[in-house]
Design a protein around this ligand. Structure first.
Ligand code: SF4
Length: 497
């Protein structure tokens, strides 16, 4: 039975920041149709699962979540259960074979239609399948139309914090790395018109947002052509930089081959742009990179890294690595170890290769590295990275940094109990180089930028004290000191491995 009060929607999200944003947009659209959000599946009239297909583990997580809500459908046959996003796009009918009680399967390009599709299920009790036609030209237009008219619908309650928001500037991907499902689940690469993005950022700032993270699968490939006018990511960022009230601009994720000098110059010159670049390398072995079809060599990547550090002194760079990709020998893996050791990334996200049906890698290459070897390689690479992170963090001790205060730290409640008489709580936030900082402060600092002196460091967190209780204004951000340029040879060369 539908609740007499406002209908309620429950949503679970798995996967990347794109999915977090998609969920925000879906909830925003449903709110416009009278729904309210609930965190209780038992109370919900509509239960949505926004899914990820990048790893098998993420898919299995969704199937077990669906298993958990099956009994709710028996109790309330009118409840609508929907699977959204990448897995919906990739598996389509298969989802209903494994979970026949699912009413709704909606791909990434059709999320704008969720309210109408839910209404259709409620009116007809017929399951609804809405997925993209694929990468054919018809699919491109379908995705484009949905995407452009959809993004301005936002739901502030779903954001990471009230003053931080994701803004999609691009969807899809044309790179076709052999291990990746994204080009088929998210379709062809399409950039949004700059005016739409600037307007959306203005709206977000009007709602109290201080930091935007621009999202794209390969965000630095962003380009929009209007007649003779070409807008690159650097132009897009420059065009939003002076919006009053906006204090920080981030962008993820970068593709190594598209890291152009004009973008690096904007990162260096514009004070609101964070001095942090996430640029996945994926492997330190040229042969593995070739099989992954990443379209660069390790030498190219290391040159690009050196260029980032030369052009943006003090920039922090992080990376992704896949271990145990098809045919990765011990010798190949050791090349990744050496790359991580030499590159001194701020941090690296390390994943075990997971074969995905429908990818070129699944078609062409056997998944021939045993799981225990993948696990061991994952741990070995992580150990090298953790040592680098420890050194990077130790080097921050004694520095003054500007921190956007995100909220109470995870330990805050314990600290509050131990010192209930104190007006201070333990807060956490991030620096302009994306380092996480924990310090004591009053709750009124949440959402502000404050100066913190770093006093201690672990491999994952910096610890400090607020310099003064003074809040840093937008204008003073320009005066923030950057780290000295690293004293190292201007170009990296990978040691002979
Ligand atoms: S660049 Fe490669 S890994 Fe990244 S989304 Fe595109 S195909 Fe996937």
């Amino acid at each position: 039975m539908m609740n007499a009060a406002k209908p309620r929607v429950y949503i679970e999200t798995v996967g990347c920041q794109m999915n977090v944003l998609d969920s925000e947009l879906v909830i925003g659209a449903l709110r416009q149709h009278g729904y309210e959000l609930t965190d209780s599946p038992v109370e919900a009239d509509v239960l949505l699962f926004n899914t990820c297909s990048v790893r098998e583990h993420a898919e299995e997580k969704t199937y077990s979540a669906l298993g958990r809500v099956r009994h709710l459908k028996r109790r309330n046959p009118d409840a609508v259960i929907g699977v959204l996003g990448c897995m919906a796009q990739k598996d389509q009918e298969l989802i209903r074979k494994r979970a026949p009680y699912v009413d709704l399967v909606v791909g990434t390009g059709q999320l704008g239609g969720v309210p109408e599709l839910v209404a259709k299920v409620q009116a007809t009790r017929e399951p609804q399948l809405a997925v993209s036609l694929g990468r054919a030209d018809a699919g491109r237009h379908e995705v484009e139309a949905s995407f452009i008219s959809y993004d301005p619908v936002r739901d502030p309650s779903m954001r990471p914090t009230p003053f931080q928001a994701y803004v999609r500037i691009q969807i899809g991907c044309d790179k076709f790395c052999t291990y990746c499902v994204v080009p088929s689940t998210r379709g062809p690469e399409q950039s949004r018109p700059p005016e739409h993005i600037w307007n959306e950022v203005r709206q977000l700032v009007d709602q109290g947002c201080k930091e935007v993270t621009l999202l794209g699968q390969t965000v630095n490939s962003y380009v929009y052509h209007q007649g003779d006018r070409r807008t690159r990511l650097s132009d897009l960022i420059a065009g939003m930089h002076d919006i009053p009230g906006l204090k920080r601009i981030k962008f993820v994720t970068n593709y190594p081959k598209d890291m152009t000098d004009d973008l690096l110059d904007v990162v260096r010159e514009l004070p609101k742009v964070v001095k942090y670049l996430h640029v996945p390398a994926q492997s330190g072995c040229d042969e593995v990179l070739r099989r992954m079809k990443r379209n660069y060599t390790t030498a190219y990547y290391m040159d690009m890294l050196a260029r980032c550090r030369e052009r943006v002194p003090g920039v922090a760079v992080s990376s992704d690595f896949i271990v145990g990709f098809c045919g990765e020998t011990e010798e190949s893996f050791q090349k990744s170890v050496e790359m991580v050791r030499v590159a001194r990334f701020k941090n690296s996200f390390i994943f075990k290769y997971s074969e995905r049906a429908g990818t070129k890698a699944a078609e062409r290459y056997p998944d021939d590295v045993p799981d225990e070897v993948k696990k061991r390689r994952n741990n070995d690479l992580l150990a090298v990275q953790n040592e680098n992170s420890r050194l990077d963090h130790r080097a921050q001790v004694g520095r003054m940094v500007e921190v956007l205060v995100e909220g109470p730290s995870r330990m805050a409640s314990k600290v509050a109990t131990a010192a209930a008489h104190s007006p201070l709580i333990q807060l956490t936030g991030r620096t302009m180089t994306d380092h996480i900082v924990v310090f004591d402060g009053t709750p009124r600092l949440i959402g502000q930028i404050v100066r913190v002196v770093i006093e201690d460091a672990s491999p994952f967190t910096l610890y400090g004290s607020v310099l003064t209780d003074e809040v840093v204004g937008v204008e003073t951000a320009r005066a923030a000191p950057l780290r000295e340029p690293p004293r190292r040879p201007s170009r990296f060369s990978l040691p002979v491995i």
